[in-house]
Design a protein around this ligand. Structure first.
Ligand code: C2E
Ligand code: CA
Ligand code: CA
Ligand code: CA
Length: 278
């Protein structure tokens, strides 16, 4: 029995070791990916649920690994955050997505207005030159502030409340819009949400996907929408996959949505073919 215990520890050790090695490889690959620009931006349409009009896109990063193929952001964003590499990745995504929107504005003027929504991580928010970078991008691309939405999470809001309010105020001075992503999944910042100058609440797909199966989740969604409206915010639902979900959300007063029902995240070229060449 003693030996068995020891053997088990050895297996555990070996597994830990394998995990550490894999992580190290991934980290090296991630550094190389930044140097060699192995990232792509995909775009998921955001739809006005009452008239089905395209109002814009969420930019979602994709990593095209030279040997492993596509790697999901769910796999590499956490590591990118731990290592700080996310700052460079997000800068690139922000610039690329803005350039893409500027190109589409010229190429498809009959589709205006279109907006671009970008995901930020906590580190992006901590870096000192975020505002300068936004100014630079707006100048380079000629976009108006109101054409850009920044998606942030609740935990980013409450990390340093006063600093966050200052930062968001600077961002709002440039007319950008702010969206609270994955609302309801993390920290609940209900008691001070009203202090932040935000524009949208995004209902996490985990609530939307369970609306049909569980009445409780329908109630949660309904409560989030009411709460958002009390705070004067517009609501975006993510992960809409069925017509039933869409109809319920619309009835509950949710104005905007995205999900496989409308479209998956697509390459810029696919977006042009399926959504803009009409
Ligand atoms: P998120 O911001 O909550 O993005 C929504 C995720 O839901 C995306 O996953 C999207 O592809 C997926 N999705 C969209 N519609 C549906 C649907 O109908 N059903 C289901 N089941 N899923 C749907 P993705 O692209 O794998 O991204 C995962 C997460 O990685 C994002 O979650 C976001 O937190 C992070 N992420 C992605 N791109 C970036 C980026 O450029 N910067 C940062 N900082 N984070 C990013
Ligand atoms: Ca998002
Ligand atoms: Ca989200
Ligand atoms: Ca989510």
């Amino acid at each position: 029995a003693k030996n068995q215990g020891k053997a088990r520890y050895e297996i555990f050790d070996r597994e830990m070791h394998a995990v550490a090695i894999k992580r190290l490889h991934l980290e090296n690959d991630l550094r190389r990916a930044i140097e060699q620009q192995q990232f792509l931006v995909y775009y998921q349409p955001i739809i006005n649920l009452s008239n089905h009009r395209l109002i814009g896109f969420e930019a979602l990063v994709r990593w095209q690994h030279p040997t492993r193929g596509f790697i999901s952001p769910i796999e590499f964003i956490p590591l990118a955050e731990e290592t700080g590499l996310i700052i460079m990745i997000d800068s690139w995504v922000l610039f690329t997505a803005c350039q893409q929107l500027a190109t589409w504005k010229i190429k498809f003027p009959h589709y205006l207005p279109l907006k671009m929504s970008i995901n930020l991580s906590a580190q992006d928010f901590r870096k000192i030159n975020l505002i300068e970078e936004i100014d630079h991008i707006l100048m380079e691309t000629g976009l108006e502030g109101q054409e850009l939405t920044l998606e942030i999470t609740e935990s980013m809001l409450i990390e340093n409340i006063n600093k966050t309010i200052d930062l968001l105020t600077e961002i709002k001075l440039r007319n950008l819009e702010i969206s609270i992503d994955d609302f309801g999944t993390g920290y609940s910042s209900l008691n001070y949400l009203h202090r932040f100058p935000v524009d949208y609440l995004k209902i996490d797909s985990s609530f939307v996907s369970q609306m049909q199966e569980e009445n409780r989740n329908y109630q949660v969604v309904s409560t989030i929408i009411d709460l958002g409206h009390h705070l004067g915010l517009a609501i975006v639902a993510e992960g809409i996959e069925t017509g039933q979900q869409m109809r319920w959300l619309r009835e509950l007063g949710c104005k905007f949505g995205q999900g496989y029902l409308f479209a998956q995240p697509l390459s810029a070229q696919e977006i042009e073919i399926k959504f803009l060449h009409k």
